[in-house]
Write a protein that binds this ligand. Structure first.
Ligand code: ADP
Length: 265
């Protein structure tokens, strides 16, 4: 809060009034601070892969390119870092589009269970870890009007996190149920979990519980922030619960209908 005082003074020099103007700067200051922090984060996130690439390229230029063993290895590192930067920039573009309200939702009515099962099937087919999947879906169909591409990203982010943090032989469970008039999806893993005090922050941009570990796994720190935006524009909510050391559960809700609204049936 900032206060400006003006003194009302007559030509004779007599003071006959005082005006106090109160400015509420807290909101604007908060926005400015967040913006500065965001720019600092983006710069940092880009500088890290760039400096790594520079040192590997320097080594190659100084002769490592002749070494049959080292060269492919060093090139591999620069490739991985380039890919991370592309992912990061793509994620940033997605967020900035959503921030400016430019994203148009390409909504269609889908049977949520069919949609969700298809995504789980894809992960089940391609997963390389020893992780068990468990599904618990409602019997009756639930229709949701969603942008399937954007919602697929949400599922991909949450499920790939669950897999990333799962121990060998761990279980990832998927559950869909109706709760308080909304369709609630629950995705749980038996990984390392998240300390209570960090639970809300994981949806913030660039927040990671363990920065080094996330980076090592190729994360951008933006996956859950994007997921939150997508769920919000669909009229739902997203949150996390965790038993630290035992596992994490991500919940999100979506409005639903019990029929697809089709005119021909
Ligand atoms: P990242 O690219 O780092 O995975 P996300 O936005 O997807 O970024 O997640 C933010 C952070 O939340 C992660 O870095 C990690 O610390 C934490 N996190 C997310 N999902 C899980 C999970 N299933 N188990 C443990 N930690 C998780």
């Amino acid at each position: 809060l900032r206060t400006n005082f003006s003194v009302i003074q007559k030509e004779t020099g007599f003071v006959n009034g005082l005006i106090a103007v109160l400015h509420d700067n807290t909101e604007q200051e908060k926005i400015d601070m967040e913006r500065r922090e965001f720019v600092a984060n983006v710069s940092h996130e880009l500088r890290t892969p760039l400096t790594t690439m520079r040192s590997y390229l320097e080594a190659l230029a100084e002769g490592a390119w002749r070494d049959e063993e080292l060269a492919p290895n060093f090139l591999n590192v620069t490739q991985t870092e380039t890919e991370r930067m592309i992912r990061l920039v793509n994620d940033l573009l997605k967020l900035s589009k959503m921030d400016s309200g430019e994203t148009e939702l390409n909504k269609e009515m889908v049977d949520f269970k069919v949609f969700f099962n298809r995504i789980i099937d894809r992960f089940e087919m391609s997963k390389s870890q020893n992780v068990i999947f468990e599904r618990d879906m409602p019997k009756s169909p639930y229709f949701v009007e969603i942008d399937t591409d954007k919602m697929t990203q949400v599922f991909d982010n949450i499920i790939s996190n669950a897999l990333k943090y799962s121990p060998d032989g761990g279980k990832v469970s998927f559950q869909v149920s109706e709760v308080d008039g909304l369709l609630q999806t629950k995705i749980s893993d038996q990984g390392m979990g998240i300390p209570k005090e960090n639970l809300d922050k994981i949806f913030d941009r660039f927040y990671r519980v363990d920065r080094a570990r996330s980076r090592e796994m190729g994360g951008t720190g933006l996956g859950l922030a994007i997921s939150k935006e997508v769920i919000n524009v669909h009229g739902g909510a997203i949150w996390a619960e965790s038993d630290y050391g035992k596992g994490t559960t991500i919940f999100f809700t979506l409005p639903f209908e019990t029929d697809d609204g089709g005119e021909w049936e």
